[in-house]
Design a protein around this ligand. Sequence first.
Ligand SMILES: Cc1cc2nc3c(=O)[nH]c(=O)nc-3n(C[C@H](O)[C@H](O)[C@H](O)COP(=O)(O)OP(=O)(O)OC[C@H]3O[C@@H](n4cnc5c(N)ncnc54)[C@H](O)[C@@H]3O)c2cc1C
Length: 494
Amino acid sequence: MTEPLDTLAAHAHGIRVAVVGGGIGGMVAALEFAKVGMTVTLFEATERLGGVLRAADVAGLRLDVGAESFATRGGHVRRFLDELGLSDAIVRPTGGGAWVAGVPGVGAAPLPRGGVLGIPENPWDPAVRRILGWGGAWRAYLDRLRPPLTIGHDRSLGHLVRSRMGDKVLDRLVAPVTAGVYSSRPDDIDVDAAAPGLNAALTRTGSLSGAVGQLRAGRAAVPGSAVEGLEGGMTRLVDALAARLGEFGVDVRLNSPVDRLQRGRAGWDVHAVAPPAEIEADGPSDQSTTVDVVVVATTEAAARRLLSPVVPGLAPAAGTAPVVEIVTLVVEAPELDAAPRGTGVLTVPHAYPAKALTHSTAKWSWVAAAAGAGIHALRVSFGAQGEEPATASLSDEDAAVLALAQASALLGVPLERSQLRGAHRERFVQSQPASVRGRAAAAAADRAAVRAVPGLVAVGAWLSGTGLAQVIPDAVDETVAARRAALWDGSGDA
Ligand SMILES: Cc1cc2nc3c(=O)[nH]c(=O)nc-3n(C[C@H](O)[C@H](O)[C@H](O)COP(=O)(O)OP(=O)(O)OC[C@H]3O[C@@H](n4cnc5c(N)ncnc54)[C@H](O)[C@@H]3O)c2cc1C
């Protein structure tokens, strides 16, 4: 027999949900629970929602200083933006292509088009040969002559590329891409996760370059072009989500880090440290809220701290998370109007202190329009897996000076301090991407351990893999399953 609607609504309203962490994963989860009428409280440690989606005013320009785009893969993010009424704000990058800098004996050169993770389809393509040199191109061509791997297949991207095409392809083309995109070394990247189908295509075609050609069929031609952004910046997504949470009556508590979860008689006790103003007014700083379902949507380290006392078998953190610093610069430099390095520059590892540069005014028309002619926004990023950002111990001022010098070197244009209009530095601890070897299996085991505990849900990049195209659909799926369990099985009741 079906329950009458008003009984169902009352039942839903009676289900109390706490979401811990107000990044994109937590906001999506809060919305999914609130949509069906559940009573949702969202605890965010800092003074603002959005997590890695952050904006700052730099020299009068409102710029993304964290995530700045989303992968179009699967259409997940677009569908979500449609739902929030942001379809008209979706924009594509200009498609200018990226460069690679620090190539021995060459310096900077356009990143060849038509590769997969930097692996070229044709080693004799002039753009590829320019970076590899004749010797490197010949070595890469050996891939066509050597027999394909016959036993099993190669999981390590670094090993696969090195053995088939040689060190130059690995160091000059593939490593800059994996460092820039995944903050990881090629040896740590799982081929099957980063380029699904590549190993199978290698077996079919008999060579790695042939496999790249087969995978490329039907894909966009410019590296990095399969992304989109939002006019006005990705934090518009945060603003729209926050407004939607407000419409659904979600109780958003900022400056409220949760430091403990405990299974009580009436449900889960969520212990949050109250904001300073409330501490003064009410006395005790630790506030406890009792709920039926808890969603942990924090960064990995905080999630493990909160979950390990209540989730049997949750493994300790594997490996160290890459720390990245991004210095956003606004400069007055008319010579950059011509976009001398396209939309940005990746670097050969260890050639520069900086890992990559995005020329935002060349990449996004809306940023260029907001800046006006002769004014440019540049994002210089530092740090990668196992490599402290070169800016880590510097003051903001010194970090800006280093970033400016790096921008000058990477763009091949002199940039003086007098041209600097403003700078902003932001530090991030990244989750390891799902394509790091062993990561997907570890995340699956963690997830299974959390799912085994009734009324507990975990979402976010450390489980889904980094990137909005991973975090958003994963948070929806996990939440919908937990919502169903709470509504229909009563398994949300602790
Ligand atoms: C520099 C950088 C650039 C990126 N660029 C892109 C991009 O262009 N495109 C893309 O698709 N992806 C990008 N990513 C990846 C993507 O942004 C992330 O995978 C995604 O935003 C992570 O969302 P999340 O909700 O899992 O975590 P987060 O955004 O990290 O949110 C976690 C939240 O939990 C809060 N929190 C932590 N501890 C507690 C606690 N104890 N109590 C309460 N709250 C707590 C934090 O303050 C934070 O707000 C980028 C990542 C980085 C670091």
